[in-house]
Design a protein around this ligand. Structure first.
Ligand SMILES: NC(=O)C1=CN([C@@H]2O[C@H](COP(=O)(O)OP(=O)(O)OC[C@H]3O[C@@H](n4cnc5c(N)ncnc54)[C@H](O)[C@@H]3O)[C@@H](O)[C@H]2O)[C@H](O)CC1
Ligand SMILES: [K+]
Length: 521
């Protein structure tokens, strides 16, 4: 379940080979066979069986070496097989060169790619004629930057051929660490991740090019990543259990009463945006809180009576204005005294001096706090230097979407999206807050360095109110006694799972609204 960078993978490979003594050739043999088995599974699902012709696109590195082992095993399985070397094969070295010689001695047909003399793209050079699928063994974790010639044009020709691709380790052209994709990049039906999934397979746009990611062991000891200090995990039921000791669904205590599951105070919504507060409060209820109170500026409260009978309304003195602007932070802190968690931010609006207001509130509240939406922008206006977040005894969890994350970190959105795992982890460590960086493949990062990449959720959830629901869910879990990372990770996973379930029962995901997510919890 660990996700690794190419650097971490190289260190793990080196340790297995040099310190433990597992021969590199053994790793490569296991890798190639694993890819062949996944390719066979793909051919069978494609209903073509053994008359499926595979063309192995082999680069000059060990990724190419894996591909040659794969070629040999596919041929032994009865497939038609040929190899197309990206570069003259005499340039291969070490374990890859050994596989080149074996393939040659076995008489596996091979050609060397060359741009047609006019430099025209090679698709029309018939390289792919007669084949049903491609094995992408061009570039793996050793590649850096845009694929250079001739890889770039071979990749583009492969894409243009329209043939299905099974990628070795990563689709060529993908940045294994960040998920960024080069102009020339393979779109795979299946990516066979060797030993561990690389981070880039689970961060967009890379995640959209990898197809089905299958992690296959190749003989690296199972605890190698942990021993190498890797603390990035795919967020799913398995890792929630193994890394955080949480089972899905969370067990409910038998001897429970209203107090058992905590009391959450939701300070959210305002006269014009009361919906955000209601959605957060309802989500907290559905997530299992024993009691949920919805704090509102006193003059705005009467208008909200009866919206949700299960939710207690908590009017906070506001000098008759009906706006948060005139609620003193100490008054809201008093309302939060004795609750088990506070959610602050959704639909709160902005006003002059709101940053100092929020910091004052955070310094006074003893309970765990979930900060979302407008409240995040209040802090963002104070800058990105350490200290913008008050140090607190109890945890602070923040749930920014990419735009809010960018403002908090003082960068553009595209910069913030470049390495979401790295940014969320660095921000969490620097400010001592637990970060839930929303978006496709939400990233949860703890100040202690652990990070989880979510696997649930769908594009239909990019709808107003979905974030309010997440804020309520995580706040509820904090109120139920989960620690910051547990609440953030479980909450993100559960929110996405509910969204997937809600989408499954609707004609199309795009019709999803936040209320559907809450009802599906
Ligand atoms: N390391 C191991 O013990 C194992 C590795 N496995 C497989 O090997 C690759 C990593 O192999 P490596 O030789 O380090 O690099 P690549 O094959 O990924 O690199 C390709 C090759 O191309 C050159 N290159 C680098 N960047 C570019 C570029 N932008 N354009 C063109 N060419 C580029 C570079 O010089 C390399 O030589 C890993 O992914 C696994 O598939 C085995 O699985 C097991 C053991
Ligand atoms: K590859």
């Amino acid at each position: 379940m660990e996700l690794v960078t190419s650097g971490e993978m190289r260190a793990i490979d080196a340790s297995a080979i040099e310190e433990i003594g597992i021969p590199q050739e053994a790793l490569m043999e296991n890798a190639g066979r694993a890819v062949a088995e996944e390719a066979r599974r793909f051919a069978e699902t494609a209903g073509k069986g053994a008359d499926f012709g595979w063309l192995i696109l082999a680069g000059k590195g060990n990724n190419g070496g894996d591909g040659l082992v794969c070629a040999r095993h596919l041929r032994d399985m009865g497939f038609r097989v040929a190899v197309l070397y990206a570069e003259p094969p005499e340039r291969m070295q070490g374990a890859a060169a050994l596989q080149r010689d074996i393939a040659s001695r076995l008489g596996i047909p091979a050609r060397v790619y060359a741009l047609s003399d006019t430099g025209a793209d090679a698709a029309n050079a018939g390289w792919f004629a007669g084949f049903d699928g491609l094995i992408d063994a061009l570039l793996g974790t050793g590649s850096a930057g845009e694929p250079r010639a001739p890889y770039a044009s071979l990749i583009e020709a492969a894409v243009q051929s329209g043939l299905p691709v099974v990628a070795v380790d990563i689709p060529s052209g993908l940045n294994a660490d960040t998920g960024a994709v080069a102009k020339a990049s393979i779109r795979a039906k299946v990516t066979v991740a060797l030993a561990y999934a690389k981070r880039g397979l689970h961060q967009h746009p890379g995640a959209g090019r990898a197809g089905e990611v299958v992690v296959r062991p190749i003989g690296i000891p199972a605890d190698a990543a942990e021993r190498a200090g890797v603390h990035t995990y795919l967020l799913n039921a398995e890792s929630l259990k193994a890394k955080l000791g949480l089972s899905v669904p969370l067990p409910r205590k038998e001897d429970s009463h209203k107090g058992t599951y905590g009391h959450v105070l939701v300070a959210a919504g305002s006269a014009l945006m009361s919906g955000a507060g209601l959605l957060s409060a309802r989500a907290a209820l559905r997530a299992g809180s024993g009691l949920v109170s919805w704090a509102q500026p006193a003059a705005a409260a009467p208008g909200l009576r009866g919206f949700a009978p299960e939710i207690m309304l908590r009017a906070v003195p506001d000098e008759g204005a009906g706006e948060w602007r005139l609620v003193k932070p100490e008054r809201l802190a008093e309302a939060a005294a004795g609750v088990d968690a506070l959610v602050v931010g959704p639909g709160m609006g902005r006003w002059d001096g709101d940053g100092a207001w929020l910091r004052n509130l955070l310094e006074r509240v003893a309970a765990p706090v979930l900060v979302d939406a407008d409240a995040l922008n209040m802090i963002a206006d104070a800058g990105a230097q350490p200290g913008v977040w008050p140090r607190r005894e109890a945890p602070t969890v923040i749930t920014p979407h990419p735009g809010e994350m960018a403002r908090l970190a003082g960068m553009t959105v595209s910069e913030a999206q470049r390495d979401r795992i790295g940014l969320a982890r660095e921000y969490a460590a620097r400010h001592g807050v637990t970060v839930v960086l929303k978006g496709a493949r939400t990233v949860v990062a703890s100040p202690d360095g652990r990070a989880f990449v979510n696997t649930t959720g769908n594009s239909g959830m990019a709808t107003g109110g979905s974030g309010d629901a997440l804020a309520g869910i995580v706040g509820s879990l904090l109120g139920q006694g989960l620690n910051a990372l547990e609440a953030a990770a479980y909450g993100a996973y559960w929110h996405g799972l509910a969204g997937d379930r809600a989408a499954a029962s609707r004609p199309q995901a795009a019709s999803l609204i936040a209320g559907d997510i809450i009802e599906a919890l």
